[in-house]
Design a protein around this ligand. Structure first.
Ligand SMILES: [Ca+2]
Length: 474
């Protein structure tokens, strides 16, 4: 088709500033539609088709009936005005000769005057958008027709919202990374969520992609698939799981098993000498709770006036979990006195429910150790506290130490035919010497029902740390 517009030299103008002298007459007007009375759109066949013009364009004839066309072109994505869209006017239908082309202005508007009344077809084209072609319209004498267009982008957009999987609240500052499908090492672009958890990736070429979501204190979500189609908005939401957890527990008195209120627990992150991260206190039930901890290793100090402090208790915190750390504290004993605090596991597989403390003392035969059956030797040695159902504590105190040999050992009471159970019970024995925690012992996995921890020989502690089922138990 021969482009005629160069010859036709239509005067193009914005309607608001049009002057009649700008008009060029286009053609010996085709049989005009009845002036002043638009034809119903349902009968477009009644509109005559203007005949293409040939050069030279004749002067407009004063008084000839003319019409005009105007419109507004916007983006289908956000309704923003599109400037510099090429608007092509075909005479008749989409295959008809081109009468003229105009461009939209900065406000997305176009206008063309001096059209002979008749049928036309209009194309809208701009490089970043899918063309809209052959839109039919009719022009009537002495009237301005309006034909708007909404153009879809050749690319697609991706939007979504990222929320916390636990409570649905928005997560800000999530890094959203777009990869080509099957090529996670190539990054097309990254964006971040806003304070409402929303993200937006404009102008992605049509195709398949994978999307990663990463945020501080959340488990990453990677490799989510999404397909982008031209001119459409795809949505990909994500729910992230927090890695934040905490440490909780109960502090009780090793001597009487009662809860201790007002224990100060100082938390250090990474190593025992790191600055204090948080400080909490036990409540009236001896309970404490340290929330908002990312995964890692923490060290806890337990202090209370009148009690032996427990320092640098390590806790390994996995992502998004709460770890329980129960502790027992003992009030300060005098120089020369000893206290042994036994604790064991909280329901580990194959563990012992009831572990017992025994101490053989110089004044009694080895066959009569102090334990749950013989709980004291006057005021000199006492089983202060017996525990029979998990965890402990079970406490023995030597209030009046004598010369000779004391032997401290622990025994699997309630599953004595299981020679592995004691070693699976995570037994911890703390030996206090006067006002200080002297040493913490553990019972390793092994074979036996009785494990000797230490001896005190003439006031000096000697570590033994061996299974020995020959020791007398009740
Ligand atoms: Ca016990």
């Amino acid at each position: 088709m021969k482009k005629l517009s160069a010859f036709l030299i239509l005067a193009l103008f914005a309607l608001g500033c049009a002057r009649p002298t700008d008009y060029l007459y286009v053609h010996p007007a085709p049989t005009p539609v009845p002036s002043q009375r638009p034809l119903p759109h349902s009968t477009p066949s009644q509109i005559p088709t203007p005949t293409p013009l040939v050069t030279p364009a004749p002067k407009p004839e004063p008084g000839a009936p003319l019409g005009a066309l105007q419109g507004h072109v916007t983006s289908s994505v956000d309704n923003s005005a599109l400037a510099n869209v090429t608007v092509t006017i075909h005479i008749g239908d989409a295959n008809g000769p081109i009468l003229a082309t105009v461009n939209t202005d900065a406000s997305g508007n176009y206008a063309i005057a001096i059209l002979s009344p008749g049928r036309y077809a209009i194309d809208f084209e701009t490089p970043s958008k899918i063309p809209s072609q052959g839109l039919p319209t009719a022009i009537y004498a002495n009237q301005t027709s309006t034909l708007d267009a909404r153009l879809r982008p050749k690319s697609g957009d991706l939007r979504g919202r990222v929320t916390d999987s636990s409570d649905g609240r928005a997560i800000a500052d999530v890094v959203v990374t777009i990869h080509p499908a099957g090529d996670p090492s190539t990054i097309i672009t990254t964006v971040r969520t806003d304070s409402a958890g929303n993200y937006s990736v404009p102008t992605l070429a049509p195709g398949s992609y994978t999307v990663d979501f990463t945020a501080t204190n959340y488990l990453p979500v990677t490799g989510r698939s999404v397909t982008i189609t031209a001119g459409n908005m795809s949505t990909l939401d994500a729910r992230l799981t927090s890695t934040i957890g905490g440490i909780k527990g109960r502090v009780s008195n090793a001597v009487d098993g009662r809860d201790i209120q007002g224990v100060t627990i100082s938390v250090h992150a990474g190593n025992a000498n790191a600055p204090v991260l948080q400080v909490v206190n036990t409540d009236a039930n001896g309970q404490y709770s340290i929330p908002n901890l990312p995964p890692g290793t923490y060290y806890l100090d337990f202090t209370k006036s009148g009690y032996v402090p427990i320092m640098a208790q390590a806790v390994s915190l996995p992502p998004a979990q709460w770890v329980t750390l129960n502790k027992t504290m003992t009030n300060v004993i005098l120089d020369g006195q000893f206290r042994v605090v036994l604790m064991w596991t909280d329901y580990a597989p194959g563990a012992v429910k009831d572990v017992d403390s025994y101490i053989a003392i110089p004044d009694l035969p080895a066959s009569q150790p102090i334990g749950f059956h013989f709980k004291n030797y006057g005021e000199d040695v006492k089983l202060d506290h017996d525990d029979t159902d998990w965890i402990g504590p079970e406490t023995i105190t030597i209030y009046n130490l004598k010369s000779g040999t004391y032997r401290y050992y622990v025994n699997n009471y309630n599953v004595r035919n299981d020679y592995q159970a004691l070693g699976k019970s995570r037994v911890i024995v703390q030996l206090y010497k006067g006002p200080n925690l002297y040493k913490t012992y553990t019972v390793p996995p092994g074979t036996g029902v009785t494990y000797e921890i230490f001896q005190i020989i003439d006031g000096r502690v000697k570590d033994i740390e061996k299974y020995n089922d020959n020791l007398p138990v009740y």
